[in-house]
Write a protein that binds this ligand. Sequence first.
Ligand SMILES: *[C@@H]1O[C@H](CO)[C@@H](O)[C@H](O)[C@H]1NC(C)=O
Length: 408
Amino acid sequence: MYSLLVLAAAARLSLAVPFFTPFEGLDLVNRAGAISSGCSTTGAASCHNTSSVSNLCCFEAPGGLLLQTQFWDTNPSTGPSDSWTIHGLWPDNCDTTFSQNCDPSRAYTDIAGLLTANGASSTLSFMQTHWVDINGQNEKFWEHEWSTHGTCMSTLVPSCLPSGSVRGAEAVAFFQTVVKLFQTLPTFDWLASQGIRPSTTQTFTLSTLTSALKTASGGFTPALDCSSGSLNQISWYYNLKGSIIDGTFVSINAPKAGSCPSSGIKYPPKSGAPSTTTTSGGTSPTPGGLPAKATIHALRSGSQVGGLLSAATWSTQTLATFTLSGSASSFTMTSSKGNCGVSGGAITCGSGVTLTSFSAVSSGGNLLLASGGSTAWSSDGSPSGTTVFTSFTGSSHAQGYTLVIVGS
Ligand SMILES: *[C@@H]1O[C@H](CO)[C@@H](O)[C@H](O)[C@H]1NC(C)=O
C-alpha cells in the first residue's frame, strides 16, 4: 500500500543550483506567524499504519501527498522562465483515488487577504510568482486548490488547531506548507543538472527524463504528465508523519506512471511575453535604464565567464532571470529562489534572505551590479560544469570579476 498525499505544483524553467532544503524535517514550526500542531513526527507515516489510528489530527488519513509540478508552456508562459510553478497539494486515499471538496463551509475566499492578515505575506509573495494561474486568475486558482484539496486533509480540520486560532488559520498553514515543500523540489534545476534544458528542437525519452529526475532528487521517481507531446506536469509523492502543519514529508516513488509517451517528449522553453502578475510589472525598462528582468553575467578581462544562478552563485550553467525593483541608484532583486541580499560579504538569494539594496553603474556601455557602491566581485575559484562558487563583494577573493546586468 502506498501513501499518498498529493502536492501539485507548477513549472519552472531554467537553471541553477538545487534548493538545499532536505525533503524531511521541514521546519514549519518555528516560522514567524506559523501555528504548531503539537504532533509527533516519529510515528507511522501515512498509509503505513498497521492498525487503526484514532487521532487524525496528527495522522493524515485516508491519504498521502503528491506534489504536481506544472510546466506552463508558451501559450502563454507563466512564472519564471527557470522554474516550474505550483499546481497544488492534495491527499490521496493510499490507492491513487482521492476525495475532493470535503467541506464547502471552509471554501475561503480572499486567500491573499487571509495570508496577509496572518503573517504569511512572504508566502503570498512567493505564490504571486510561483503559484500562478494560466489565465492570470491567481486568487481563483488558490481558492480552488484550497477548497478542492486542502479541505480534505484530516490534520487541517479546525478542531485540530490550537485554541484561539483564527478562522482560516488552517488554510494559511496549508499554503505555507505547500510553498515550503515546493521550495525543496527544484525540478527545473534538477533536470538542468542532468543536462536536460528546455529546447525548441530536442525531444527526450521518458526513461531519460525519469532517470535524470531520480538521480537529481536523491532516488525518487515522480510521475510525468504530457500534453500534446510536451512535458507539462510533474508529480512528486510523499507519505506524511505528523500534521500537514509541521509534519515530515517522506519521499516515495510515484505509485503510477503519468501520461507521457515513452519517447519523443518535448520540453519547450517558456517563451513569449511572461504573463503579468499582481506583484511585478512587465519587462519594460524602469526609468534610469534599469531593466525589470535581467540575467547577470560575469565579465573578466573583457570576456564573459558565466554569471549568476538563481541562488546568486557564480556558474557557467544557464543563467537565472532576476527581477529588479527600484531605480538604478537603488534597487532590490529577487530570483526564483526568493529575495537576494548581501550578508557576510556574500550575495545570495533564497527564501530566508533579507533584501539589501544594490545600485547599477554604467561603465563601457555595460550596466554593472554594485553593492555598497563597489562594482568589484570575487570568488574562491572559477566555475566549470556543475561546480559553482559563492560571489563576494570586493576583490579580496582569488578570482575577480564584474557583474553585468543584461535586460531580458
Ligand atoms: C490506518 O488508520 C486509518 C485511520 O484510523 C484507518 O482508516 C485504516 O484502516 C488504518 N489502516 C490499517 C491497515 O489499519
